[in-house]
Design a binder for this molecule. Structure first.
Ligand code: AGP
Length: 609
């Protein structure tokens, strides 16, 4: 994931762009660059490493100008080198910055080479700038040349382009990657994220899919996907909202629960196209996907539960054996590693001591490669793993993991589909169906959140409870484990989770009128078996809290409290069914009066053994 900024003003834009890059550094951190368009042409500085390295270059050799574009990169095509850093040029007067992945870049590169273009980088981005240059041979209008070039591109992108001509403008476009316009007074801007422009404006226009925008000092003209000019509303940024601000919420945990539709969309951004997972999202080398024969997943706590769900997906979709283990066990035992095994770590923080120790041990054991699914780009886990897939959940401050968990699941689903597809275990039709389902996830999460008030009412019944039992079958068993962990860590109610089929092998002895039993009943092939398990509980006077979609045909009856969950495709059920459990544990903790965001004895990042 990369970040882009563009500016056109009456003043020198270099400082504005550099500050914008610092604010966008969370999106990519391996290299950066700025191109300044002035009377002498378009000139750029690029640097490997943090934005500070680029700032040092500007200090040593300033570039001044009133039009510019800038970029912070997270390498996908080509290593993080200065040559691969953006902006990329075609000739001396045309430069581009790009966020996203151009899927058909190889085909375009071959065609452009035939036209005499010489490529200076390994990036997919360079084909776009040469394409625009090629279009400018026949079309003198810069805006039309960009529009023509975009017709050849397949994949996801946001771009900003500058040309040294008499017209003093920037052209930008988005398809699949975010882009906002920042509106100033006699100056205007574009960026991947409004946070990048808060030092110069608080007025933003959010571009839509397929939009192309012409930005001048005096105004902004937006052309939609049908090339029709559109007026889009200007939104004023609420300065009270940032990652360290609870906003309208009483606790960070609730704020983070409500952020899930947005962060899941961010996790999907640039990783899926219309019909498939974009395998380049794993970084420069995604060839491991074809070679992998086994998967070992290692994690702790909530992250471990996400890994347990992935086992079902990997074995089901890719037909590959997958084992999941807590890091604190793995690190101290003798491990047999089958040939071509992927070592996959999961961690919100990327700083969990046991997970890091497991990774260091694994490096000695001859794994195929190591992949970290992590939320913190600058973390040790990311730095020490061969490959990374960032979850893009944004800072999670509440100790109880919520949005970090559902974005881990989203990233794991992307990974499972990518492996299955590359191993040819998944047909193109099935992959397209799955990707299509994933696209609907944010909307389904939004719908699940609508049960907040109903769940708050249910939570009152837990005020005097001391124990709880969570049941689930299939991939819903790890979700039951996660629900029980959430409840115990923030409400201090003792909670356990079992696969529902295990009930009669022991835990049924615990069931009486004081024991709430919480279960998720997805409308899948295990529905009838799970209903039988519920009968076993009801027959013993247990109080059942059932979360199910309406097709499961369950309703409130004596001893059964039913809460509706949106009906979704089976593959999404573990993610969507997590939401009511998060809400339940939150409200129970509030009823109990515990410290929701900083529960006793726990820490957000477990950096010691
Ligand atoms: C969950 O709510 C906890 N915060 C905890 O179990 C956490 O998931 C675990 O400590 C692992 O942390 P990590 O994901 O940062 O590695």
């Amino acid at each position: 994931m990369c970040g882009i900024v563009g500016a056109i003003a009456q003043r020198n834009v270099a400082k504005i762009l550099l500050e914008g890059l610092s604010r966008l550094e969370y999106r990519g951190y391996d290299s950066s660059g700025v191109a300044i368009n002035n009377e002498v042409g378009v000139r750029a500085h690029r640097a490997v490493g943090k934005v500070q390295a680029l700032k040092n270059k500007f200090e040593a050799t300033p570039l001044d100008g009133k039009i510019g574009i800038a970029h912070t990169r997270w390498a996908t095509h080509g290593k993080p080198t200065e040559n691969n850093a953006h902006p990329h040029f075609s000739g001396d007067d045309l430069a581009i910055v790009h966020n996203g992945i151009i899927e058909n870049h190889e085909k375009l590169r071959t065609r452009l080479k035939e036209q005499g273009y010489v490529f200076k980088s390994e990036t997919d981005t360079e084909v776009i700038v040469h394409l625009i240059h090629y279009e400018l041979r026949d079309e003198s209008d810069f805006l039309l040349a960009v529009k023509n070039a975009l017709k050849y591109l397949e994949g996801a992108f946001a771009i900003a382009v500058t040309l040294n001509d008499q017209n003093h403008r920037l052209v930008a476009a988005r398809k699949g990657s975010p882009l906002v316009v920042g509106v100033g007074i006699e100056e205007n801007f574009v960026a991947s994220d409004q946070l990048a422009l808060l030092h110069v404006t608080d007025q933003f226009v959010f571009l839509e899919e397929g939009d192309v925008v012409e930005v001048t000092r005096d105004g902004v003209t937006i052309f939609d996907s049908k090339d029709v000019i559109q007026e889009r509303p200007v939104h004023v940024f609420n300065h009270n909202v940032d990652a360290t601000d609870k906003g309208e919420f009483r606790h960070y945990m609730m704020k983070e629960i409500y952020e899930q539709p947005k962060v899941i969309a961010a996790c999907l951004e640039g990783r899926i196209s219309d019909n498939k997972v974009l395998t380049d999202c794993f970084g420069v080398d995604s060839s491991f996907l074809k070679s992998v024969e086994n998967v070992h997943i290692i994690a702790c706590g909530t992250s471990y539960h996400a890994g347990m769900v992935a086992k079902y997906w990997i074995e089901d979709l890719a037909n590959l054996p997958c084992t999941v283990e807590v890091a604190s066990e793995y690190r101290y035992r003798k491990v047999a590693v089958p040939k071509d095994t992927l070592f996959l770590t999961l961690s919100q923080s990327g700083e969990t001591a046991d997970t890091l120790a497991a990774l260091r041990k694994a490096k000695e054991l001859g794994y195929l490669t190591s992949l970290a699914i992590c939320n913190v780009p600058s973390s040790t886990l990311v730095r020490e793993s061969a490959l990374t897939l960032l979850t893009n959940a944004g800072a999670e401050i509440g100790v109880a993991s919520t949005k970090a968990f559902t974005t881990q699941l989203t990233a794991l689903l992307i990974t499972s589909i990518a492996i299955a597809s590359e191993k040819e275990a998944l047909s193109a039709i099935k992959e397209a169906e799955l990707v299509n389902s994933m696209r609907s996830l944010p909307a389904h999460i939004d719908e699940a959140l609508k049960q907040d008030v109903a769940i708050k009412k249910v939570s009152d019944r837990f005020a005097n409870k001391h124990n709880a039992l969570f049941l689930g079958r299939g991939p819903m068993f790890p979700i039951a484990l996660e629900g029980s962990l959430k409840l115990k860590e923030i409400s201090y109610i003792h909670a356990e989770a079992y696969p529902a089929g295990e009930l009669k092998h022991g835990p049924l002895a615990l069931v009486d009128e004081d024991m709430p039993i919480i279960t998720m009943v997805p409308h899948n092939s295990m529905l009838d078996k799970l209903k039988s398990n519920l009968q076993e509980v009801a027959a013993r006077g247990g109080e059942l809290y059932v979360f199910a979609d309406k097709d499961a045909e369950l309703q409130n009856t004596e001893g059964v409290i039913f809460t509706e969950v949106p009906k979704v495709d089976e593959i999404l059920e573990p993610i969507v069914h997590t939401i009511p459990l998060q809400l339940l544990s939150y409200h129970v903790a509030v009823v109990k009066g515990t410290d929701v965001d900083q529960p006793r004895n726990l820490a957000k990042s477990v950096t010691v053994e």
